[in-house]
Write a protein that binds this ligand. Structure first.
Ligand SMILES: [Zn+2]
Ligand SMILES: [Zn+2]
Length: 154
C-alpha cells in the first residue's frame, strides 16, 4: 500500500494558480466548523495535510484570505478559491484543499473535526470524528494509522 501515484497536481477555479504535491499525505480531513462553512460557502471543508517540503506553488502568486491572522489561508488572487492553509505553529505541514486536486476522485476524509458545529445531514464517512478540534497530540496515532489504511489514488 505505498503507491500514491505522486506527484499530484492541483489548480484553482480559474487555473491561474497551480500546485504540485510530491510526497504522501500525513492525513486527510473534513472540518465542519462555522469558519470553514463560511470560507467554503458549503457544509464543510476538505483538506489534505502534506509535508511542507513536498508542497510547491508552480504557477501564480496566492494571496492571504480568511481572517488573515495566525492560520494563513492562501487564495487565488483572481478567482479567490481557497487553495491551502499554513496552520499556525505547524510549519512542517500545509493543508491543501482537496477540491483543488486535478484528480480528487479518490479523496476520502479520514478524520472529521468540529462535528458539533456541523449540519446533522452532512455525513462525510470519516473513520474518526471529533466534536471539536483535537489536541495536536491526538494526530500522531492517526497519522500512523492513515499511512497504513488511508485511501489511495486509483
Ligand atoms: Zn484562480
Ligand atoms: Zn474548520
Amino acid at each position: 500500500m505505498s503507491d500514491w501515484k505522486l506527484p499530484w497536481t492541483a489548480r484553482c477555479r480559474c487555473e491561474r494558480v497551480r500546485i504540485k504535491i510530491s510526497a504522501p499525505p500525513l492525513i486527510t480531513m473534513a472540518c465542519h466548523c462555522a469558519g470553514c462553512q463560511r470560507m467554503t460557502a458549503s457544509a464543510f471543508s476538505l483538506s489534505i495535510a502534506v509535508p511542507a517540503e513536498a508542497f510547491e506553488v508552480t504557477q501564480g502568486a496566492p494571496v492571504l484570505g480568511g481572517l488573515q491572522s495566525a492560520d494563513r489561508h492562501h487564495h487565488c488572487p483572481f478567482c479567490k478559491s481557497w487553495l491551502f492553509t499554513r496552520p499556525s505553529g505547524l510549519d512542517f505541514m500545509v493543508n491543501v484543499r482537496a477540491s483543488m486536486l486535478d484528480d480528487p476522485s479518490w479523496f476520502q476524509p479520514y478524520v472529521e473535526t468540529s462535528r458539533a458545529e456541523g449540519f446533522p445531514w452532512a455525513i462525510t464517512g470519516a473513520k474518526h470524528s471529533f466534536p471539536g478540534i483535537p489536541d495536536a497530540s491526538a494526530f500522531g496515532p492517526l497519522v500512523a494509522e492513515y499511512a497504513q489504511h488511508g485511501a489511495r489514488p486509483t
